[in-house]
Design a protein. Structure first.
Lengths: 180, 188
């Protein structure tokens, strides 16, 4: 089943979720590692190149994901803890918001001088020019802080999923792990 | 009439005193007739150039007494511009200039020597990344004279080479950097 139902995430949502998860971890790890690369490292140029290309890819995936979420039903919350439902909603919104913030700020670092970003060798995503002074520095700060914040949110997200699975013993995690 | 004569005498005295001491000049950064450029080797294969866009400075100069020349230049380190935002961000970061901690660079002359034929040796303290080193700038006087707008200008060009190793940068990049100062001062 491709689409979501009231009780289960569909295949599209599930695969996109886990693909995003893998990409977020990978992009964070590569980003964390590449900023301290030695100038003479063979990865000095290639790591940022792939970081940007995969970051852009994740951006397009996320745009699709948000559209898909908007035209689909979402499974209903489990349990009766209204506060928990509300917190979950806020946390999920924060994850989406942080994702977009990280990707947009990353884009602003590399495009501050009018240069575009290469999406592999397929196409160059054009710059919007310098939108505000010290753009590369300010966007860089935001990119870094937001990246650490999303990892903290992801830890919370995983913790919450495991709590549902092991403590509440409900189907929250199972609803996101049906791959066929 | 008497008052006017006195004023004239006063003016003459002022002018005379200006001849006696070196004139003060302010770098024409407003009209951007002064430049601080740098040049670094890229892998030993080519040159990379850039500049500091924001700085100010002043100097005193008297063609008859070059040795009395004094120069001060304050550079806004955050204004480094190598025509590549990502690289400039890196140059401002903790790997290089750490402009958060050291937002300004500074040059203050300590000894100026007339080498003849318009050649001037300028020794001075150069502060970059919080480290002060005495450097020598080989300068040349380009010219001086009245400008078409009622002012008086004097211009110089100077070069020096610094070793990044002297300035405690964290970056793995190592090498020498040539600094080029092209300055024009307007007499005050």
């Amino acid at each position: 089943m491709l689409k979501n139902t009231d009780v289960q995430f569909g295949l599209v949502s599930t695969y996109v979720h886990w693909l995003s998860a893998i990409m977020v971890f990978s992009l964070f790890a590569v980003g964390f590692w590449m900023v301290d690369l030695n100038y003479y490292s063979e990865w000095y140029k290639t790591a940022p190149y792939y970081h940007k290309a995969f970051g852009l890819t994740l951006f397009f995936i996320t745009l699709f994901r948000i559209c898909w979420k908007l035209i689909n039903v979402s499974p209903k919350e489990l349990g009766n803890n209204k506060l928990e439902h509300k917190l979950a909603k806020v946390a999920h919104l924060a994850l989406y918001g942080l994702l977009l913030l990280i990707m947009f700020s990353g884009y602003l670092i590399s495009t501050a001088d009018g240069r575009g970003i290469e999406l592999f060798s397929i196409v160059t995503i054009p710059s919007m020019g310098e939108l505000f002074p010290n753009q590369e520095d300010l966007a860089g700060e935001i990119h870094e802080i937001a990246a650490y914040t999303i990892i903290a949110m992801v830890v919370l997200h995983i913790g919450a999923a495991l709590k549902h699975h092991f403590v509440d013993k409900d189907a929250t995690l199972k609803r996101m792990t049906k791959f066929k | 009439m008497k008052k006017m004569t006195l004023t004239l005498v006063g003016l003459l005295a002022l002018t005379a005193s200006q001849f006696a001491t070196a004139a003060d000049y302010v770098l024409d950064t407003k009209g951007a007739h002064a430049f601080i450029n740098f040049k670094a080797s890229h892998l030993g294969y080519s040159w990379l150039t850039g500049r500091f866009n924001t700085f100010d400075g002043k100097f005193s100069y008297d063609a008859k007494n070059v040795g009395a020349t004094q120069i001060t230049v304050n550079i806004d380190a955050t204004s480094i511009d190598s025509n590549h935002a990502e690289r400039d961000k890196h140059l401002r970061s903790d790997d290089f200039l750490s402009t958060d901690k050291f937002p300004t660079a500074k040059f203050v002359s300590t000894k100026v020597t007339d080498k003849g034929e318009g050649k001037i040796e300028v020794k001075g303290d150069f502060t970059l990344h919080g480290v002060t080193k005495n450097i020598t700038i080989d300068a040349t006087k380009i010219g001086e004279g009245k400008d078409p707008w009622g002012g008086y200008r004097a211009g110089f060009a100077g070069t020096t080479t610094i070793d990044v190793a002297d300035y405690d940068f964290k970056a793995s990049w190592a090498g020498k950097i040539q600094l080029e100062l092209l300055i024009e001062g307007i007499k005050q």
